[in-house]
Design a protein around this ligand. Structure first.
Ligand code: IPD
Ligand code: CA
Ligand code: CA
Length: 283
């Protein structure tokens, strides 16, 4: 195991009475180790195709197996939902949700924008979320009712409320070659109305970039639970608003996602619906 940095240990000391302190410590310990291992093995990457453009690498699988093993060592009765392996279901109210590499296409091309995403939920509500981008040296952490941090400094969403001054991010679905819901219409629409629109290629980092105010808003039409489960609590604890694109609370299943500060969030949701874009219905 990679040792947790001193700054993390100091922050953890302030949470020592938290009812889920063991889960919080486990999350930090395993995400650092998983990030370190993924970087170390990056040179020996082997890529396979899940679809025409949907990749998976040996490191996605190894990272996921490592995280599942670590969780079950400490919490043998918890449920686990993860991208590459079958879900582990139990009667426990606690569930971990894992995206072992979010931004696999970037990872496969050695573009450093990728992250490991781990969320800890109780009764389908988020308690804690970690998004770690080792190549960027950025660890985002959010804890319900406590706040959000980037590398152990508190973070907040941007105060920019004017769409034309906002830097936005989005993403496109893996079935873009076949689906009518390409998101390209909204990409064009917002490109003409915002300061600019970026496509970073990692949904969890997109939401974290909004959480710390580097980006002012993000939307995507079709995400899996593991893409947003961790970043969602980071965004909310940073003072942001995150819903589906119909302004409904995020479900515990695949969904569209819109996030920003509360004012700009309303504008983005409204603009999506007046744009005339081809939208997915509720997922
Ligand atoms: C993908 C990335 C991408 C988003 C896709 C996701 P993956 O996750 O987050 O930015 O646009 O919708 O599926 O496949 O790299 O884990
Ligand atoms: Ca993902
Ligand atoms: Ca993934």
């Amino acid at each position: 195991m990679v040792s947790v940095p001193l700054s993390a240990q100091k922050m953890l000391a302030t949470m020592s009475n938290h009812p889920h302190i063991t889960a919080i410590e486990t999350g930090f310990r395993m995400i650092y180790t998983a990030g370190h291992n993924a970087q170390k093995k990056h040179a020996d990457i082997a890529v396979e195709f899940k679809g025409d453009i949907d990749l998976v690498t040996n490191i996605d699988i190894e990272t996921e197996k490592f995280l599942i093993h670590e969780i079950l060592q400490v919490f043998p009765d918890h449920s686990i939902i993860s991208e590459e392996c079958a879900d582990i279901e139990s009667n426990s109210p606690y569930c971990w949700i894992i995206d072992p590499i979010d931004g696999t296409t970037n990872f496969a091309h050695h573009l450093p924008i990728w992250a490991i995403s781990i969320a800890f939920y109780k009764n389908q509500q988020p308690i804690a979320g970690w998004v770690y981008a080792p190549e960027l040296n950025q660890l985002f952490f959010g804890l319900s009712s406590y706040g959000s941090w980037l590398n152990f400094s508190p973070i907040h969403v941007s105060p920019i409320e004017d769409l034309s001054a906002a830097l936005l991010a989005t993403g496109f679905p893996y079935d873009i070659r076949d689906t009518p819901y390409t998101n390209l219409d909204l990409y064009e629409y917002f490109s003409k109305r915002s300061q600019a629109v970026r496509r970073f290629g990692s949904a969890s980092l997109d939401i974290c970039f909004v959480s710390c105010g580097m980006v002012q808003g993000y939307w995507e039409q079709m995400l899996q639970l593991w893409d947003f489960a961790a970043a969602r609590i980071i965004l909310e604890e940073a003072g942001g608003k995150i819903t589906d694109m119909y302004n409904a609370p995020l479900p515990f299943c695949p969904s569209s996602v819109v996030c920003s500060n509360p004012i700009l969030h309303s504008t983005i949701v409204r603009e999506i619906h007046i744009s005339g874009a081809v939208l997915r219905n509720h997922l």
